[in-house]
Ligand binder design. Structure first.
Ligand code: R1P
Ligand code: URA
Length: 234
C-alpha cells in the first residue's frame, strides 16, 4: 500500500498503462483484459490488473496534469516496482497533417511546467521516450495499418488559455500536439531508470476546431489501446 494506491504488494504488474481518465482504465480492463481485478479505488483513481493474451498487465488512471500523474507514476515505480509505464492519453493536434483520431507516439516532450526545470536550474533536461518501446509500438502500429505520427509533443500545465502564441510557435517548430502528462512520465522514467512511452490519440484539433465527444474520449481509441497492450505484452 502506498499513499494514493491501496494495492497490496504484488498486485500490480511490471507493465502499467496510464490513462488520465480513471473510467478509461475501467473500460480497458473490462474490454481488453481477462480476469481483471480492481486494486485501487482511493480518490476514485481506478487501477486494475488482469492478463492480455496471457501476460499480466495493469491499467492505472493518473488524473489530469503533471502534479497528479507524477504522484501515481512515482508510487507505481517506487512502491510497486513498475518497469514499463505507457501513457495512453488524448491530445489536441497542432499540425494540419495530424488528423482527428490519429495516433501519435511521443518521441519527446517539451513542457511549460516547472516540475522538471526546478531540478536542474540553468539547464534544460530533454524528456525523451524509451527507444525500445517507441520502436516496438511503431512496428506494431504500422503492422496494423495505422498512420502513426512520431515526434515532439507539448505537455502543458494549462488546458484553457486565451493566448495560444507559444503553442502556435511550437507547432511551427514541429511539435505535433498538446497534452498534459508526457513530460513528467519521461522525466520520472529517466530519474528512476525505468521505461516510459506515451501514446496519444488526437481528441481535438486546435487548427480545425474538430472535437470528439467526452464519451468517445472515455471509451474509444481502441487502436492506441491495442498498440499499447501489445507493446508491453508481446
Ligand atoms: O485523456 P487524458 O489521458 O486525460 O489526457 C488529456 O486529457 C486531459 C485534458 O482534457 C489531460 O489529462 C490531457 O493530457
Ligand atoms: O491537454 C489537452 C488534451 C486534449 N486537447 C487539448 O487541447 N489539450
Amino acid at each position: 500500500m502506498s499513499t494514493h494506491i491501496e494495492a497490496k504488494a504484488g498486485e500490480i504488474a511490471e507493465s502499467v498503462l496510464l490513462p488520465g481518465d480513471p473510467l478509461r482504465a475501467k473500460y480497458i480492463a473490462e474490454t481488453f483484459l481477462e480476469g481483471a481485478v480492481c486494486y485501487n479505488n482511493v480518490r476514485g483513481m481506478l487501477g486494475y490488473t488482469g492478463t492480455y493474451k496471457g501476460t499480466r498487465v495493469s491499467i492505472q488512471g493518473t488524473g489530469m496534469g503533471m502534479p497528479s500523474a507524477s504522484i501515481y507514476i512515482h508510487e507505481l515505480i517506487n512502491n510497486y516496482g513498475a518497469q514499463n509505464l505507457v501513457r495512453i492519453g488524448t491530445c489536441g493536434a497542432i499540425q494540419s497533417d495530424v488528423k482527428i483520431r490519429d495516433v501519435i507516439i511521443g518521441q519527446a516532450a517539451a513542457t511549460d511546467s516547472a516540475i522538471i526545470r526546478n531540478n536542474f536550474p540553468g539547464y534544460d533536461f530533454p524528456q525523451i521516450g524509451n527507444f525500445d518501446l517507441i520502436k516496438k509500438s511503431y512496428e506494431i502500429g504500422t503492422a496494423k495499418g495505422l498512420h502513426l505520427h512520431v515526434g515532439n509533443v507539448l505537455s502543458s500545465d494549462i488546458f484553457y488559455t486565451e493566448d495560444n502564441t507559444i503553442v502556435t510557435k511550437l507547432g511551427k517548430h514541429g511539435v505535433l500536439a498538446v497534452e498534459m502528462e508526457t513530460a513528467v512520465l519521461y522525466y520520472l522514467a529517466a530519474k528512476f531508470g525505468v521505461r516510459g512511452l506515451s501514446l496519444l490519440t488526437v481528441s481535438d484539433h486546435l487548427i480545425t476546431g474538430e472535437q470528439t465527444t467526452a464519451l468517445e474520449r472515455q471509451t474509444t481509441f481502441n487502436d492506441m489501446i491495442e498498440v499499447a497492450l501489445e507493446t508491453v505484452t508481446g
